[in-house]
Design a protein around this ligand. Structure first.
Ligand SMILES: [Zn+2]
Length: 129
């Protein structure tokens, strides 16, 4: 699965997103500001692992968000516990994002060729093909 496909899967399960022609329009999971990306190329947004993979985060849809590139960068810069933030602050920040993702959650459209629960395949698929 390409990053663009994965971004699309996240948008499908985020109720702030609507499909408008070639683009998905919605809200950034981190700053809540408007965000749009090309459904074919993914251009305009970045894929966020809410809990970083190196900190035990998964590739499953509830742990993924569509965010601005600058928000993704800012999150890494400001919230990584290796920097000046504490572990507790990081966990609180992650918990807020997880909660927001859950509040926005909607069931994806069913596809005959996909798992019904909308999650990724069981194996740990990379974000880009
Ligand atoms: Zn943002």
């Amino acid at each position: 699965m390409t990053t663009a496909e994965l971004l699309g899967r996240v948008a499908e399960t985020d109720s702030t997103f609507t499909r408008k022609g070639a683009d998905w329009l919605g809200k950034c999971l981190i700053c809540n500001g408007p965000i749009a990306f090309d459904a074919t190329t993914g251009e305009g947004a970045t894929l966020e692992h809410i809990r970083a993979r190196r900190r035990g985060g998964t590739n499953e849809l509830p742990n993924l968000g569509v965010v601005h590139g600058r928000c993704n960068w800012e999150k890494g810069r400001r919230w990584d516990p290796k920097r000046r933030r504490s572990e507790a602050d990081y966990e609180e920040f992650i918990a807020r994002l997880i909660e927001r993702r859950q509040q926005r959650w909607r069931e994806p459209p069913t596809r005959p060729d996909r798992a019904r629960d909308g999650r990724l395949d069981d194996h740990d698929a990379p974000a880009s093909a």
